[in-house]
Design a protein around this ligand. Structure first.
Ligand code: PBG
Length: 323
């Protein structure tokens, strides 16, 4: 059978028709909004490398969180910038650390909003590496212990979900055991399970002041050439107790999102990272594309590939557009 029996265009004749037959859609329930917090009061400083993003202090981030919650977005992802960095990254687990203070302030204002915290040492160590460095090398196993301390401290401050982004081997198991041992058996772990050593984190490293002072992250983050390995990374995290798995970045790794969807039945997150976000912003600013359309098309592609959860700096814009 050919034309005229089969005319694919019949189902595209109007927006109503397209809506009726649409296979996937982006919903406000899918969104997670990342936020950056540093010490101080009354801060809302625009971040030069990331359009529409700010450095907040714990008091102002609570207002921002309330706005996010009012848009119907279910969760925020918190990144902290410590006052001081040191060899161990010790501000990462200080009970009065900037993330801990922010969690408590946000909780006062937004009792129901899910608070996810990034668990990684790179913003806290003086080397800018995601773990502590011994003899010029990131010490995997000692780092896992510190990450567990950090995760427990976030749970104690009131975080709902901890999200390790460090890519140390075995850290999900160590964190899971520590949470259980401290009575936080209900806290979820969203694991950055397949996180690639990507050029698309560029704008973020400016934001978090977390670029490594020597070397790079290619010994612990994944090689962009590999997707079989991503399945092994995810399988290990699932075995060790992850509740939600993540692929990061998103657009260059849609095949990995798709494979993860086929091979695992856990909730799957895709992180649309800073460089992907700013790539669209820069192109729109240059008059090359329509930002809103490019945003929705990108987010839709993540859903089509199989992601359930979209972590994106566009979350507020997308939520407004979806209203
Ligand atoms: C920390 C971390 C990074 C991002 C999230 N957590 C940076 C990195 O690994 O260098 C990147 C987020 C983004 O680019 O939006 N390890």
């Amino acid at each position: 059978m050919g034309v005229p029996e089969n005319r694919m265009r019949r189902l595209r004749t109007s927006e109503m028709m397209r809506r009726l037959v649409r296979e996937v859609s982006v919903g406000v329930d899918d969104l997670v909004y990342p936020l950056f917090v540093r010490k101080g009061r009354g801060l809302k400083e625009p971040i030069a490398s990331m359009a529409g993003c700010y450095h907040f202090s714990p008091d102002t981030i609570a207002h921002e969180a309330a706005e996010v919650a009012a848009l119907g977005i279910p969760a925020i992802l918190l990144f902290g910038l410590p006052e001081t960095k040191d060899e161990m990254g010790s501000e990462a687990w200080a009970p009065d650390g900037v993330v801990h203070t922010a969690i408590r302030e946000i909780r006062n204002v937004c009792p129901d909003l899910l608070i996810i915290t990034d668990v990684c040492l790179c913003a806290y160590t003086d080397t800018g590496h995601c773990g502590i460095v011994t003899d010029g090398k990131v010490d995997n196993d000692r780092t896992c212990e510190l990450l567990a301390k950090m995760a427990v401290s976030h749970a104690r401050a009131g975080a709902d979900i901890v999200a390790p982004s460090d890519m140390m081997d075995g850290r999900i198991g160590v964190i899971r055991q520590a949470l259980e041992a401290e009575g936080f058996e209900d806290k979820a772990i969203m694991s950055y399970a397949a996180k690639y050593a990507s050029a698309f984190y560029g704008p973020f490293r400016d934001v978090a002041d977390s670029a490594p002072t020597f070397g790079d992250r290619r010994t612990y983050q994944m090689d962009p050439a590999n997707s079989d390995e991503a399945m092994r990374e995810i399988a290990l995290d699932v075995e060790e107790g992850a509740d939600i798995i993540m692929v990061k970045p998103a657009l260059c790794f849609l095949d990995v999102v798709y494979r993860a969807r086929q091979e695992f039945d856990l909730p799957l997150a895709a992180y649309f990272v800073s460089g992907e976000y700013m790539m669209l912003h820069a192109a729109a600013k240059a008059g090359l594309l329509d930002l809103e359309q490019a945003m929705m098309e990108s987010l839709t592609s993540l859903k089509r590939a199989g992601a359930d959860i979209l972590i994106t700096y566009f979350a507020k814009d997308a939520a407004k557009r979806l209203k």
